[in-house]
Design a protein around this ligand. Structure first.
Ligand code: FES
Length: 153
């Protein structure tokens, strides 16, 4: 972002204000900025200033993080919005639906992992042939060793 424009006068926030209003530490605000998730500009005193919309953007980032969405994916989703705008209610509906599917998939993977772990408790073999954690989802194991899918002969 550039210098203060007339539209942003009176609407800009300091990093401390952003932190206080969003409930996120100042260090996290700086971190988000370093990762390209939010942006600021410098005022004449060389201090960072943020648009008010950053509060909604930070809220979206926090909710997505709570759902386990990696920062890189959050950045990708926010960057895909037209002109890098702050997500509207419509944008949020779309993003949250997508992230819900990913969360469901992650829950399924973790549930499977937990169930596999049950069989390993007290075992310790870590066998590449029999341990479901060491060799997860190996449905071709019954056919023998080697790259079965790459060498169908
Ligand atoms: S450690 Fe033996 S089956 Fe996993």
């Amino acid at each position: 972002m550039g210098r203060v424009s007339p539209e942003t006068l009176g609407k800009e926030l300091t990093v401390g204000e952003v932190a206080a209003r969003s409930g996120v530490p100042v260090s996290t605000i700086h971190f988000y900025e370093a990762k390209g998730l939010i942006t600021s500009w410098r005022n004449r005193g060389n201090q960072r200033r943020y648009p008010r919309e950053v509060l909604r953007r930070v809220a979206v980032i926090k909710v997505a993080q709570r759902a386990g969405v990696p920062l890189a994916r959050i950045k990708e989703a926010l960057s895909a919005l037209p002109n890098g705008r702050t997500p509207t209610a419509e944008d949020w509906a779309e993003l949250s639906a997508r992230w819900r599917e990913e969360l469901d998939a992650r829950i399924r993977r973790l549930t499977r992992l937990r169930d596999d772990l049950d069989g390993c408790i007290g075992c310790g073999c870590l066998s590449t042939r029999h341990c479901p954690l060491r060799n997860p989802g190996d449905e071709l194991a019954e056919e023998g060793p080697g790259p079965r899918l790459l060498d169908p002969a």
